[in-house]
Design a protein around this ligand. Structure first.
Ligand SMILES: NC(=O)c1ccc[n+]([C@@H]2O[C@H](COP(=O)([O-])OP(=O)(O)OC[C@H]3O[C@@H](n4cnc5c(N)ncnc54)[C@H](O)[C@@H]3O)[C@@H](O)[C@H]2O)c1
Length: 272
């Protein structure tokens, strides 16, 4: 129970990775704000936490709307008295298409939630964390924060690179206020977002070709990484990016592995 008594806001936590994070933080003793655009969508996760002995409340609000974010943070302070941990998880998928076919509306929609939403949430909690003399911000980016997304959408990749940049800047800016800012980069996690955007064949191919450990990460495994970064064990870790991706960023899925093995075998055979 290393987060006992801490208050954590987890954006977009009515399902998927956000739900996994909310459940793990609650298991570790945090009082959790479950957020999604519609408050009623949050109730199932709140009930799961409460029925296993934890504390959680539901606060609706769209992270891409500044007024909603400000209201969410002030409601959190009103009901729970503090904001110790902010997890910026809410995010949406982009459109897999060529850049020449991408509309301005599609660009604005994804950047609005995935990047501007993170900015609004950070901006809203910083004064409170400063008042408290410490804080933890964990941003959920993606392996698309350092490479392109295997979903093939430009604006998604750009939004996640932006989250990495925002995290680096804020880690520096907030260090003397004892607020750490880190980024978790999931690779593939089988969530409603992933299922809506892919076929089972595509998911199987992704695992086989891109993920050395041979499976997607679970939502709870992302929660474990977030929980660590939010804990006292990570007190001097800031400005870091932690890939929780089954090895995806090593680049050694099946195809690359075959290339590397061929090279090793030819070296052994004295071909070079
Ligand atoms: N699933 C993956 O494989 C994967 C991989 C890398 C990164 N991610 C990132 O992880 C995060 C969560 O993804 P997921 O797969 O769990 O998605 P999901 O669609 O399953 O869940 C996202 C949640 O966020 C909420 N949400 C969406 N827009 C919102 C908004 N404007 N305001 C408030 N809530 C909003 C949704 O209602 C939903 O509850 C996203 O930032 C995503 O980019 C996911």
């Amino acid at each position: 129970m290393e987060l006992k008594g801490k208050t954590a806001i987890v954006t977009g936590s009515a399902r998927g990775i956000g739900e996994g994070i909310a459940l793990v933080l609650a298991r570790e003793g945090a009082n959790v704000v479950v957020n999604s655009r519609k408050v009623k969508d949050c109730e199932v996760v709140v009930q799961k936490i409460v029925s296993s002995g934890g504390k959680a409340i539901a606060i609706g609000g769209d992270v891409s709307e500044k007024a909603d974010v400000v209201a969410m943070v002030s409601e959190t302070i009103k009901q729970l008295g503090a904001v110790d941990i902010l997890v910026n998880n809410a995010g949406i998928e982009g459109t897999p298409c060529l850049t020449k076919d991408l509309s301005e509306e599609q660009w604005d929609r994804v950047l609005g939630v995935n990047l501007k939403g993170v900015f609004f949430c950070c901006q809203a909690v910083i004064p409170q964390m400063m008042k408290q003399g410490q804080g933890r911000i964990v941003n959920i980016a993606s392996t698309a924060a350092v490479r392109m997304t295997f979903f093939g959408s430009l604006e998604y990749t750009v939004s996640k690179h932006g989250v990495a940049g925002l995290s680096h800047h804020l880690a520096w800016e907030l260090a003397d206020s004892h607020i750490t800012v880190n980024t978790v980069c999931p690779g593939g996690v089988q969530t409603p977002l992933m299922e809506a955007g892919t076929t089972p064949e595509y998911r199987e191919m992704t695992i086989k070709r891109l993920i050395p450990l041979g499976r997607f990460t679970t939502m709870e495994e992302i929660g474990e990484a977030v929980s660590f970064l939010a804990s006292d064990r990570a007190a001097t870790i800031t400005g870091q990016m932690l890939a929780v991706d089954g090895g995806l960023l090593t680049g050694f899925g099946e195809d690359l592995r075959a290339v590397v093995r061929t090279r090793m075998e030819s070296m052994k055979a004295g071909a070079h």
